[in-house]
Design a binder for this molecule. Structure first.
Ligand code: F0G
Length: 436
């Protein structure tokens, strides 16, 4: 049954394998589903898998040298690792220096949790303000290599902003389906500004994704949602960057919010590949945090050990992860099981508090991203994460994506309007000082 056919010459050196039944196929159809069982596919590189530590160490050197390079691919925190990506002709690569995001050590949150080794990897510092750029850069380059004019996605907002921007860079047209009234205004404004065809549907994200899958069968647009396995190839590079930034000391824990569950899957794939190349010996435990109102993975693990997905009607103010029927759930279960990570959900209140705490130490992020700190707090409390361990929280989106969220909660911290007079200002400052 296991037939192995290499993909066409534009994409040599990788194959696609079903994550469920293991069948290998040469190329994907428009839906990026297994031709046998309909599950998702993953990209494998038979050429280097099993190549060993010496090959890995050579790559590590090359990646380091490229950081000083001037080629657009070398300046990218994704394409710098191109040995572990599908081969795409230079002229098709669409890049905006994505990746290259900071790893910042936390101070106040670290003190509160008594965890001296606590870091955030801020993926909100990507060109369009979310981790999506790393994956879209790779997948849209594939679309370009295949000659597509249109690309499309369903989105809770960030993917649409990224798709619209990268399509504009590539001279392609983008179509984005959004759940009407459920997308933070920063993200909606981005998609519009970058020139996407923005279609708001009277449904939620899950409904948009269902409709889009029908659309791509009848309209020649390339699907950029994360069922597209090339997205995950770009997104996995965050694991490579984290390891470089920690000078190859493996963190004990990496904590990431989960929505459609592709990002956690990609993160796991990245670390596994580093282990296969002999560059790390152990794996971090990768834990996934969902909002309590959008927790299909938490429920599935609790109720059937992750063998079947229990869909939910998603509801959360962290709109980025308002997803009840996640496409990549099976991949995410695999990552949790392989790395020994935990899966937790956090309340709206816990998300809001975690976000405000990060803000108070100068780290902005959007609500969905703060779920990672909220989740870590729970995991510390339960003893799953120990204070002596090194943990990295992935912050997935930029603070300015969802300004309404902050203004709704923090408006009481704005003083005035007051008289435009220094006495009024000083009186207020003295009062505030006395209150603190
Ligand atoms: N955090 C942010 C800021 C997101 O935008 C998303 C997903 C996630 C976390 C969850 O990642 O889906 O891979 O588990 N946003 C998608 C979108 C669904 O359309 O922008 P995931």
């Amino acid at each position: 049954m296991m037939k192995t056919i290499f993909a066409n010459s534009k994409t040599a050196a990788h194959i696609l394998r079903c994550v469920h039944c293991g069948v290998v196929q040469s190329s994907a159809d428009r839906m990026f589903r297994c031709q046998e069982c309909g599950e998702l596919l993953e990209v494998l590189y038979p050429e280097w898998s099993g190549a060993g530590r010496e090959f890995g160490l050579r790559l590590r050197e090359i990646w380091r040298e490229r950081r000083a390079g001037t080629l657009p691919e070398d300046a990218s925190g994704v394409w710098r690792f191109r040995e572990l990506l599908p081969q795409i002709d230079h002229k098709h690569v669409v890049t905006m220096r994505e990746g290259n995001t900071p790893l910042v050590q936390l101070t106040r949150a670290a003190q509160q949790l008594k965890m001296p080794q606590l870091f955030v990897k801020h993926q909100g510092m990507n060109p369009t303000g979310s981790f999506k750029d790393t994956g879209i850069s790779v997948a849209i380059s594939m679309a370009r290599a295949e000659g597509f004019e249109f690309v499309c996605c369903a989105s809770t907002g960030n993917t649409s902003a990224s798709v619209a921007a990268y399509a504009a860079r590539a001279g392609m047209k983008s179509i984005v389906l959004l759940p009407a009234g459920q997308v933070a205004s920063g993200k909606l404004a981005q998609a519009i500004e970058y020139g996407a065809h923005v279609l708001q549907l009277q449904t939620d994200f899950d409904g948009c994704l269902r409709v889009l899958q029908e659309v791509v069968q009848r309209f020649p647009a390339y699907l950029l949602n994360s069922m597209n396995p090339y997205r995950l190839e770009g997104q996995k590079t965050v694991a490579f960057e984290i390891m470089e930034q920690l000078d190859w000391a493996v963190p004990d824990h990496v904590v990431v919010p989960g929505g459609n569950l592709a990002n956690s899957s990609a993160l796991g794939k990245g670390f596994l590949e580093l282990r296969d190349l002999g560059l790390i010996r152990t794996l971090p435990k990768i834990s996934i945090i969902q909002a309590a109102g959008a927790n299909p993975l938490v429920r599935s693990l609790r109720e059937n050990g992750g063998t079947e997905l229990i869909r939910v009607n998603a509801e959360t103010r962290a709109t980025a992860i308002r997803i009840g029927n996640p496409a990549s759930w099976r991949k995410a279960v695999g990552v949790l099981k392989t790395t020994g990570g935990a899966c937790e959900d956090v309340t709206e209140q816990e998300i809001a508090e975690a976000k405000a705490e990060l803000g108070a130490e100068g780290i902005g992020c959007e609500p969905a991203s703060a779920a990672s700190l909220a989740g870590l707090k729970k995991l510390v409390k339960s003893g799953f994460v120990k204070a002596s361990e090194l943990a990295v929280l992935v912050l997935t989106g930029h603070m300015l994506k969802d300004v309404e969220y902050m203004l709704d909660r923090q408006v009481k911290r704005v003083h005035g309007p007051m008289a435009a007079d220094s006495n009024a200002v000083i009186r207020t400052l003295e009062r505030l000082h006395a209150e603190n």
